[in-house]
Write a protein that binds this ligand. Structure first.
Ligand code: G5P
Ligand code: MG
Length: 222
């Protein structure tokens, strides 16, 4: 039996983790697990963790480590027979250490996108608050400007995406991520990709993974 493959993708808000994860899942058959999606599921079903997490996310803050590890690690343990790609976790050294004691990673992909590019992307993000539907005024705008396609209700710009909060959030990401990046660098599994454009980064990530993931496995499940 071929060995399971386990990867992490990290990067600041808006760096393209979700977009690239979908491409990896499609091309290499890895299961895409997103910490942001786990949180949104818990928020919409109003679990205890979800109710607590919402108060942090609304302020643009990181959810506490103990909440995140309790949410994410059990999901990984369930996946005993799948190769996976973890998107958005770990974000702090404490989370990286918790993950370290649960499993061994093969590859860590780090997206290094210029601050100006991130500001530009996120400042165009608008959401429909009650459903969580996300629009981007340049890439996937609503059919009618400022209005949710499904409900017809007004869209808002998240407080944490407004210019001042955004810059603070991106700086904070960098500070918190540094020891995590250093840890993976010291283990020799860190691969950093820098560009302003996801389409230019993707071929490099794809060719890296082609050398790491056995052909049989990448051609099999999704
Ligand atoms: P999330 O859900 O992990 P973020 O804020 O880290 O959220 P987000 O918004 O999901 O990150 P992303 O996945 O890195 O961004 O990027 P994406 O969605 O693929 O792309 C962003 C936008 O840019 C999209 O509109 C996309 O179409 C566009 N785009 C992509 N590529 C390009 C390109 O090449 N050019 C252009 N022009 N556009 C492009 O976490 C949400 C919150 O949950 C909490 C935190 O509070 C977090 O803020 N949280 C945690 N807290 C603590 N610990 C953890 N581990 C946590 N995980 C989540
Ligand atoms: Mg995402």
């Amino acid at each position: 039996m071929s060995r399971l493959f386990r990867a992490v993708i990290m990067g600041p808000p808006g760096s393209g983790k979700g977009t690239i994860s979908e491409r990896i899942a499609l091309s290499f058959g890895l299961q895409h697990l997103s910490s942001g999606d786990f949180l949104r599921e818990n928020i919409s079903t109003k679990t205890e963790a979800g109710i607590l997490a919402k108060t942090y996310i609304e302020k643009g803050l990181l959810v506490p480590d103990h909440v995140m590890t309790r949410l994410v690690l059990p999901r990984l343990k369930e996946l005993t027979r799948h190769s996976w790609l973890l998107d958005g976790f770990p974000r702090t050294l404490a989370q990286a250490e918790a993950l370290n004691s649960a499993c061994e990673l093969d590859v860590v992909i780090s997206l290094n996108i210029p601050l100006e590019t991130l500001k530009e992307r996120l400042s165009h993000r608008w959401i429909h608050p009650s459903s969580g539907r996300v629009y981007n005024m340049c890439f996937n705008p609503p059919r009618v400007q400022g209005v949710d396609d499904v409900s017809g209700e007004p869209l808002i710009q998240p407080e944490e995406d407004k210019p001042e909060a955004l810059v603070a959030r991106l700086r904070h990401y960098k500070d918190v991520a540094k020891p995590v990046i250093d840890l993976y660098k010291s283990k020799g599994i860190l691969h950093t990709f820098s560009d302003t454009d996801t389409d230019r980064i993707w071929p490099y990530i794809s060719s890296l993974l082609s050398t790491k993931i056995p052909v049989k496995q990448s051609a099999s499940t999704h």
